[in-house]
Design a protein around this ligand. Structure first.
Ligand code: ADP
Ligand code: MN
Ligand code: MN
Ligand code: MN
Ligand code: MN
Length: 381
């Protein structure tokens, strides 16, 4: 197959012919890697939302993050350190299989620290999380609440944009598609726009070892959702962040932009959420779980403002009380009610146990921040 020539026509146009790349990455192209593996170290950049990565060769396959070398990067290039003292220290935290390179190659999710320093007396300082490292605090809270076994299932909504025009994929140039109605969970041209990306991402997450639980087309055309969970403790955040990295990489292959903005198109178009489904030993306990859920919801009501302030940048554009959201001004909950802050499933009062859904987080939620707050408010205060 000859390479495609890049032509900026405002359409979905690959820069390169990825079929050729796939060939050379496969066993048929380059049969082996000389016994070495490639580790792609992934971390969160200076905006707290961008994902960065770089790769290195390893001589053997690690079985746990502690087997992997710590590393560093230039924090002045990610908005995370001044130029004159720019080294940021990377600590491997979670290993996934690399669905892009395949084989034994891996993705390594890391968090970032100020490097250790030598004191005048020769002792070495502890590493300190840099300000954008939200994982360290979340991991500490998950550790404290480990006996309660918190589970998280996060619904990640996102919008596909034409990379050149920044307008939703498949929408008419300078115009709008037919109003919402036919798109949610749809099939068919002009309805399920960008399914290739949602589906390739789904399979790649399964290969990687991400606990992805499903995918659906959303209410706004070119908007999709996948769910990650249930994951225990800090895995909730780790699996969500690596799933986003995989999403950026898949969309890169198609030369499509992915937006996690909570309200990408103003007006009568649904925003994008990051509902967090949550349970713990108390809520899952047979017979008494429903009472525990009501107690936990009462605690969440008291800290509504604290949660809202940490549930995603620009969430006020989304939480209007319209388009299947609750107003951010007030706390509400209900059974099977999608217009509430917290929704309890229809079967919970029947089965007297289960989980509940915090519908307030936006699509650009930091899952470390949200899962930490849920555990803190419901189990530790
Ligand atoms: P919705 O009906 O709101 O669209 P989804 O089916 O999209 O819900 O997502 C539900 C999520 O909740 C899934 O990720 C699922 O794995 C997760 N989940 C299921 N059971 C539990 C539980 N007991 N605790 C936490 N999360 C759970
Ligand atoms: Mn260099
Ligand atoms: Mn859902
Ligand atoms: Mn949804
Ligand atoms: Mn939901």
């Amino acid at each position: 197959m000859p390479p495609t020539v890049y032509a900026p026509k405002g359409k979905v146009e690959p820069f390169l012919d990825h079929a050729i790349t796939r060939h050379y990455l496969s066993a048929a192209g380059v049969p082996d890697q000389g016994g070495k593996i490639i580790a792609e170290y992934v971390w969160i950049g200076g905006s707290g939302a961008d994902l960065r990565s770089k790769s290195r060769t390893l001589a053997k396959i690690p079985t746990k993050p502690e087997d992997l070398p710590t590393w560093n990067y230039d924090g002045s290039s990610t908005g995370q350190a001044p130029g004159e003292d720019s080294e940021v220290y990377l600590v491997p935290r979670s290993i996934f299989k690399d669905p892009f390179r395949g084989g034994d190659n891996i993705l390594v999710l890391c968090d970032a620290y100020e490097p250790p320093r030598v004191n005048p007396d020769g002792t070495v300082t502890d590493i300190v999380p840099i300000p954008t490292n939200t994982r360290a605090a979340a991991a500490a809270v998950m550790e404290k609440a480990a006996a309660e076994e918190p589970w998280f299932g996060i619904e990640q909504e996102y919008t596909l944009l034409n990379a050149l025009t920044k307008w939703p994929l498949g929408w008419p140039d300078n115009g709008y598609p037919a109003p919402q109605g036919p798109y949610y969970c749809s099939a068919g041209a002009g309805c399920a726009i960008g399914r290739d990306i949602a589906d390739v991402h789904y399979k790649m997450c399964l290969f990687a070892g991400v606990n992805i639980s499903g995918v659906n087309a959303e209410v706004m055309p070119a908007q999709w959702e996948y769910q990650v969970g249930p994951c225990v403790g800090i895995d909730g955040g780790d699996h969500m962040w690596i799933s986003r990295y995989i999403m950026y990489r898949v969309a890169e292959i198609f030369n499509v932009d992915v937006s996690f903005d909570p309200k990408p198109i103003p007006g009568d178009w649904n925003g994008a959420g990051g509902h967090c489904n949550y349970s713990n030993n108390a809520t899952r306990a047979a017979g008494t779980g429903w009472d525990a859920i009501q107690e936990q919801i009462a605690k969440l009501e008291k800290r509504h403002a604290v949660h809202i302030a940490s549930y995603g940048e620009g969430n006020e554009r989304r939480l209007t009380g319209k388009h299947e959201t609750s107003s951010m001004e007030s706390f509400s909950w209900g059974v099977a009610n999608r217009g509430c802050s917290i929704r309890v499933g229809r079967m919970v009062p029947v089965e007297k146990s289960g989980y509940y859904e915090d519908r307030r987080p936006a699509s650009n939620l930091d899952p470390y921040v949200v899962t930490k707050l849920l555990v803190e408010t419901t189990l530790l205060l």
